[in-house]
Design a protein. Structure first.
Lengths: 467, 360
């Protein structure tokens, strides 16, 4: 084995170093190359930036959407897109917020609905309501097709007066007047069987001074009471008992007394309604119909009533005005008055609803009962809404009832009752218009019409009925 | 010889015209009947123009009519876009349409065309020349109104209703003695009247106080009732019968009877149908007696057929009176119509005045 000389050894070492250096060097150059590689794309990107920047220096920060190149890169579109995105984001947030709010509201509603009282508080704990409940029991017991207006009226008024009046006294007074009328008819030579004569007598009793000299009896005409004629301050102003004690009444009590007296002397007469008003209708023995206006003691024509201007043809088609009321309808009307008295004395509660329902059962088209029902439902709805801190008169807040299904149901009831009243053709008549209309009775024409009829009657009542 | 041939030709051709026109009336009757059988076929416009076409020998200029209607439609839509009412109930879109329609039929409107030239649109007017169609039955027609710009209480509300249906809102015809007007209903005021002959909104008392409307006639819906589609077609059927009567003054009553019977099926208390029905039966008696060479009315009692018809007539007259029908003389009608303008204050519906307060 040849031995390596010193020079050979040192050459080999050098070779090794070179090899290593080469190896390292190559390696290094390779690694260096890898680092350099990304610069190429950087350069192109920079170019793009540069171009855009030069053209639109203000929009350098625009959305880095490479598709922009294809979609056109005009200013406005860019801004629009930007705005859209912002809007979307805001909307998204808003949606989220409302969803959360809805959830919260729902939770609150669920929590509250267990605490909300869905019926009006009862006034039953007030001692004097018992008179009303007693009276209602008795009114309920009446035969709707054949009952005494006198008794029903007494029951209604006495409930208001807490049963402090005496029926015997009331009845005695009515009989007394009846006797007076019968005697007067005889004295005047009227046919006692004629319905016209009886009604004409009644008319005179209300509007004329009547005397029976032999007995020294005298009756003065009733007067119209302008003061509080709607009974707003004092409900008892509407009553027959008030009319009998003061000889002053209004369009509620006067016709009511007429009916009571007609019942007493066996005359046929009917109550009839007009806007804010009631009057008497009767027929003669040949089936001609007449209207008696007791507030002014006159006979009126149909045209006069129609001219009030607040009677729609739908109201006539639904027979809510100007029709003679049947016995059933009259009881329905009396019940509505009865309920009104209760609301004036106490307020609205479930008892009122009970009476209204009975009244509507007797006459579904009764305008008084329908109006009362709409009041009742409205008050109930408002009472319930307020418990949930919703102001029912504020449309915005009203939207919140959607979280309370029961409340929505109540509001639907209110609305359908309102549209029922619209369907009936009812139109609100302002008190001022009503007063003007009533006063127009004093026009020459109306006076003349009334006088003409009265003269006719004066002749007719003395003729015996031909059969 | 030639002369006689020519006369013969004329005679035959006149016969032809008479015959084909009878057909046109039958066709119109068929159209109306179809609308009653199948409510999807209902179109007031079609009903009205089929009657007018039958009367005018099938020569109705439908191109002109449609052109005019489109023009009005455009005006209404334009007006609808340019203004807004002070009305804030849920049904405000519909009420706005009613208001635009009313304005277009009643007010003078300045307009600009495509070339920006100014025009003045002049609304339709009431025709006092021949309001009852005595001189020419065409006076009653919508086609005449569109042609001349003048109409009466028949054609004006009809046009209103046709336009209303075109813009997709309802408008109900309502009847008064010798008169037709429009009834609308909105959330705020309930039912209210639109009177096109004088362009105001009268309250019901205006009609009630005319003195010729018996209360019973209102109660049973003879007058002042918002008519539904079927009742409206009933009214068109009587229009057809009246047009027929005017075209064939010596008719035998059969066609008129057919129309009135069908009209009464839809609208039993329709006053004009009741009257036409009576008139048709009278004609039938006359025709029957003429065939027998007998005299009208002296020989009515001689034949069981005529006796029965006469008994029917008598009953119907009594019944019509009971329903509340009273004849209103023509002069009275005009006085009454004018009273609306003279006593505007008394009879106009003040609630509907919101229509005039618009916001721009």
């Amino acid at each position: 084995m040849p031995t390596l000389t010193e020079t050979e050894k040192s050459m080999r070492n050098k070779m090794k170093i070179i090899g290593l250096t080469l190896l390292f060097g190559l390696n290094c150059s390779l690694t260096f190359g890898q680092v350099q590689m990304p610069t190429a794309p950087q350069a192109t990107r920079f170019q793009q930036y540069g171009n855009n920047g030069l053209q639109n220096p203000n929009t350098v920060v625009s959305v880095p959407n490479p598709m922009d190149i294809f979609n056109g890169t005009s200013d406005q579109q860019r801004i629009q897109k930007q705005n859209q995105m912002l809007i979307q984001e805001v909307e998204q947030n808003e949606k989220l917020r409302t969803e959360q709010l809805n959830q919260v509201n729902k939770d609150i509603a669920e929590y509250n609905s267990n605490r909300i009282n869905y019926s009006l508080p009862s006034y039953g704990n007030i001692e004097s309501t018992k008179y009303y409940r007693n009276a209602f029991d008795k009114l309920n017991g009446l035969n709707p097709n054949d009952f005494s207006v006198e008794k029903a009226t007494f029951l209604i008024e006495n409930a208001y007066f807490e049963e402090k009046q005496n029926y015997e006294d009331f009845n005695k007074l009515i009989i007394q007047i009846g006797d007076f009328l019968r005697e007067k008819m005889e004295a005047l030579g009227y046919d006692q069987k004629s319905n016209l004569a009886k009604n004409f007598m009644l008319f005179k009793f209300f509007s004329d001074t009547l005397e029976i000299e032999s007995k020294n009896l005298k009756h003065l005409p009733f007067k119209y009471d302008f003061e509080d004629y709607m009974g707003i301050e004092d409900w008892s102003k509407m009553f027959v008992s008030k009319l009998l004690t003061t000889a002053k009444g209004q369009c509620n009590s006067l016709p009511r007394l007429y009916l009571i007296l007609a019942e007493e002397i066996g005359a046929e007469a009917f109550l009839s309604l007009a806007p804010n008003h009631s009057y008497i209708r009767f027929r003669d023995d040949y089936d001609n119909w007449y209207n008696v206006e007791l507030t002014n003691g006159m006979f009126t024509t149909q045209t006069f009533i129609l001219q009030s201007g607040y009677i729609k043809s739908e109201a006539l088609q639904n027979e809510i005005f100007m029709q003679k009321m049947s016995s059933k309808q009259l009881l329905s009307q009396l019940l509505a008055d009865f309920a009104m008295g209760y609301t004036r004395k106490f307020g609205y509660d479930s008892f009122v609803k009970e009476v209204i329902d009975k009244s509507l059962l007797l006459d579904p088209n009764s305008i008084s009962a329908n109006m009362l029902n709409s009041n009742y439902l409205t008050i109930k709805f408002e009472y319930v809404a307020k418990q949930a801190n919703i102001n029912p008169r504020n449309n915005q807040e009203l939207q919140n009832i959607r979280y309370f299904p029961k409340m929505v149901e109540l509001l639907n009831q209110v609305n359908s009752q309102y549209s029922q009243i619209d369907n009936l053709g009812y139109e609100f008549m302002p008190p001022k218009a009503y007063e003007e209309w009533l006063n127009s009775l004093k026009d020459e024409k109306q006076k003349q019409d009334s006088k003409d009829l009265e003269n006719q009657f004066n002749i007719k009542v003395k003729q015996p009925i031909k059969n | 010889m030639k002369k006689t041939l020519f006369i013969l030709y004329l005679f035959l051709s006149s016969f032809q015209i008479g015959f084909s026109q009878e057909n046109l009336f039958e066709e119109s009757f068929g159209t109306l009947n179809e609308m009653l059988v199948d409510s999807t076929k209902y179109s007031f416009k079609k009903a009205v123009f089929s009657v007018e076409n039958a009367y005018n020998y099938g020569t109705l200029d439908t191109i002109h009519i449609n052109h005019e209607l489109t023009k009005l439609n455009t005006l209404i839509i334009g007006l609808l876009k340019s203004r807004k009412l002070e009305y804030h109930e849920k049904d405000s879109i519909t009420v706005n349409k009613y208001a635009s329609l009313f304005t277009v039929l009643n007010d003078t409107i300045p307009i600009k065309d495509k070339n920006n030239e100014d025009y003045i649109y002049i609304p339709y007017r009431y025709d006092f020349d021949d309001p009852f169609g005595h001189k020419d039955w065409n006076s009653m027609f919508v086609s005449k109104l569109l042609m001349t710009g003048k109409g009466n209480c028949h054609s004006l509300p009809y046009l209103y209703k046709i336009l209303a249906e075109q813009i997709g809102v309802d408008a109900h015809l309502a009847l008064a003695p010798n008169h037709v007007y429009i009834k609308h209903r909105n959330k705020k005021d309930g039912w209210y009247n639109t009177e096109l002959t004088s362009g105001i909104f009268p309250i019901d008392a205006w009609i009630m106080a005319s003195g010729y409307v018996h209360l019973d006639a209102i109660v049973n819906g003879m007058y002042m009732k918002a008519l539904n589609d079927k009742e409206t077609i009933g009214v068109c059927l009587i229009d057809l019968a009246q047009a027929y009567e005017n075209r064939f003054p010596y008719h035998n009553g059969d066609f008129v009877l057919k129309c009135s019977e069908l009209a009464l099926q839809q609208y039993p208390n329709f006053s004009n149908a009741l009257l036409m029905n009576i008139e048709a039966k009278r004609r039938q008696i006359e025709t029957f007696l003429r065939k027998k060479n007998a005299e009208f009315p002296n020989d009515i009692s001689k034949y069981p057929d005529t006796v029965q018809l006469f008994a029917e007539i008598e009953n119907q007259i009594i019944n019509t009176h009971k329903l509340g029908y009273r004849k209103m003389p023509e002069e009275m009608y005009l006085n009454w119509l004018v009273s609306l303008k003279e006593e505007r204050e008394k009879y106009s519906n003040k609630k509907i005045n919101t229509f005039n307060q618009t916001t721009n």
